[in-house]
Design a protein around this ligand. Structure first.
Ligand code: ADP
Length: 490
């Protein structure tokens, strides 16, 4: 099969969140299975150009229709760690992708509407006729609409589309100018509530709603989140729309890049290990203590690695920290927050706990340190209020840090409680709590700390069971191929 991914991010060249990892990881898995995959991205000025090989212009003078006129673009080609990537570079005064940031401009909807239009125009003009066009989040949600409404008749009648919802919080709620700019026009047609009219604002269009309606298939990043999006407030107002299209919506758990995250080969950790011989983990624990000035004591280390965002349950993270140090454990936190109030709060906490040798707070982004933490910690805690998939718990499992998680989204799909799961004992791999409150966090932590102290053999078994899980792209890759086959035959 021939698949084109159109995405606003791709690891490691343009990464803001998990979406970037999905685009890269899925593309590589599909290629390994013998499919042809190409990725179309904006040519941001702030990309990691050192991660692109052989970047050269491959299509000059791509004229993209825009507001009745046209904008000239150059399309560049380059390899990103083996993936074939095309980068759209518009030459216009708007400087759509030369802003020094990926997102956060007032005209983001316009920037990405342009990108969607340009990607379609590039495929049309360069005679790319993929079997499936796979788009991601609101930034590229206009692609399925453009495909069906304009490009199917312009020479792309057999192309099918799949759209993945990574984060429903951001949906692309925009005004009618998007229609004029992209040539869709006909506001009375698109503003209808059964098309793209936003359900909560009669004067706005909802791009994600458009993608749900126009795509041949819609996925989200875990089966549990697919249910949450339809039936709970986590659908952020789109539950009804998803409900109207049950036959073309499902959850596919994201994979983890098992090559990039491998304790057997990770050169950023001092000692290598695997599930059969986890001895190296103890050297890493010592290295972690040395690096973060933690007391050398017979205690488990519990870690949190992630964005300090309300979504992650920041009050529960803080509670977990105090509960850990008050109950015979050590705590390591690595995270940063773009929100000033949260950031200030944690800086204050860091200063307050400065002399405590049983905990350490590192308030910045540091991938190297995160690897040492996963390798050295006994447990990772993920008390999220909302988590479509989540990677931290999967990395924790891979590195033998037993996850303690809230039963939400992908966390519920990947972690199976040691004591209460309905799964057989050999399939259990962590601790899970239901309610996002202090009681929930404490009860799961107490069970984990208790097992660590009282039944070290059992603890080791639990850790090894987690390490043996396969959360690579192997299964999700297979799943996506099935979906592509399904839409291709439609
Ligand atoms: P989200 O995409 O919501 O931020 P995920 O759990 O899907 O959460 O992915 C988070 C990824 O980012 C993980 O790989 C985690 O290790 C990494 N990460 C988050 N914060 C930091 C940080 N401060 N330093 C290093 N890595 C971090």
């Amino acid at each position: 099969m021939y698949i084109i991914q159109i995405a606003p991010e791709c690891s490691p060249v343009a990464k803001v969140g998990g979406l970037a990892d999905v685009v890269f990881g899925l593309s590589r898995e599909l290629e390994m299975r013998g499919h042809t995959v190409e990725i179309i991205l904006p040519k941001y000025d702030c990309m990691r150009y050192d991660q692109i090989w052989g970047l050269t212009p491959c299509y000059q003078d791509l004229w993209v229709p825009w507001y009745g006129g046209a904008i000239r673009c150059t399309v560049w080609f380059g390899f990103v760690h083996g993936r074939k990537c095309f980068f759209i570079d518009p030459h216009s005064q708007d400087k759509f992708f030369n802003r020094g940031v990926f997102y956060g401009n007032w005209d983001d909807p316009m920037r990405f509407a342009f990108f969607s239009k340009a990607a379609m125009e590039f495929m049309l003009k360069s005679n790319k006729r993929p079997d499936v066009i796979h788009t991601h989040d609101w930034q590229t949600a206009l692609v399925p609409v453009l495909l069906y409404e304009i490009y199917a008749r312009a020479g792309m009648p057999y192309q099918r589309s799949v759209h993945t919802l990574h984060n429903l919080k951001h949906q692309g709620v925009v005004g009618s100018e998007i229609l004029t700019a992209t040539g869709l026009n006909r506001p009375e047609y698109y503003f209808a509530k059964d098309r793209m009219g936003d359900d909560h604002n009669s004067f706005a269009l909802n791009l994600t709603k458009g993608a749900i309606l126009y795509s041949n298939f819609v996925t989200t990043v875990s089966p549990r989140h697919a249910w949450e999006a339809r039936f709970t407030e986590q659908g952020f107002g789109l539950g009804h729309t998803l409900h109207c299209h049950p036959g073309k919506f499902g959850g596919v758990l994201n994979g983890l890049d098992y090559e990039a995250w491998n304790p057997q080969t990770d050169w950023q950790i001092p000692a290598h290990y695997d599930a059969n011989d986890p001895q190296g983990k103890y050297s890493n624990k010592e290295a972690l203590r040395n690096r973060l000035w933690l007391r050398k004591d017979y205690k488990p280390i519990i870690a949190f690695v992630g964005r300090l965002d309300p979504q992650k349950g920041v009050h529960l993270i803080q509670h977990a920290l105090f509960h850990a140090i008050g109950n015979g454990a050590q705590f390591v936190l690595l995270g940063e927050s773009p929100e000033a109030s949260i950031s200030d709060h944690f800086w204050h906490l860091k200063r307050h706990l400065n002399d405590n040798q049983d905990c350490h707070l590192e308030l910045r982004f540091d991938e190297d340190l995160s690897r040492l933490i996963y390798a050295g910690a006994d447990m990772v805690i993920v008390p999220s209020l909302y988590e479509p998939c989540g990677l931290t718990q999967m990395i924790g499992l891979r590195y033998g840090a037993v996850p303690i998680v809230r039963a939400v989204g992908g966390l519920a799909d990947t972690v199976h409680d040691k004591d209460f799961s309905y799964r057989p004992h050999h399939e259990r791999n962590g601790y899970v709590f239901e309610h996002a409150d202090f009681g929930g966090v404490m009860s799961a932590m107490n069970r984990a700390i208790g097992l660590w102290y009282d039944y070290p053999e059992e603890w080791r078994k639990l850790m090894q069971q987690g390490m043996r899980y396969d959360y690579s792209w192997n299964f999700p890759g297979h799943h996506y191929v099935n979906i592509y086959e399904f839409v291709r035959n439609k």
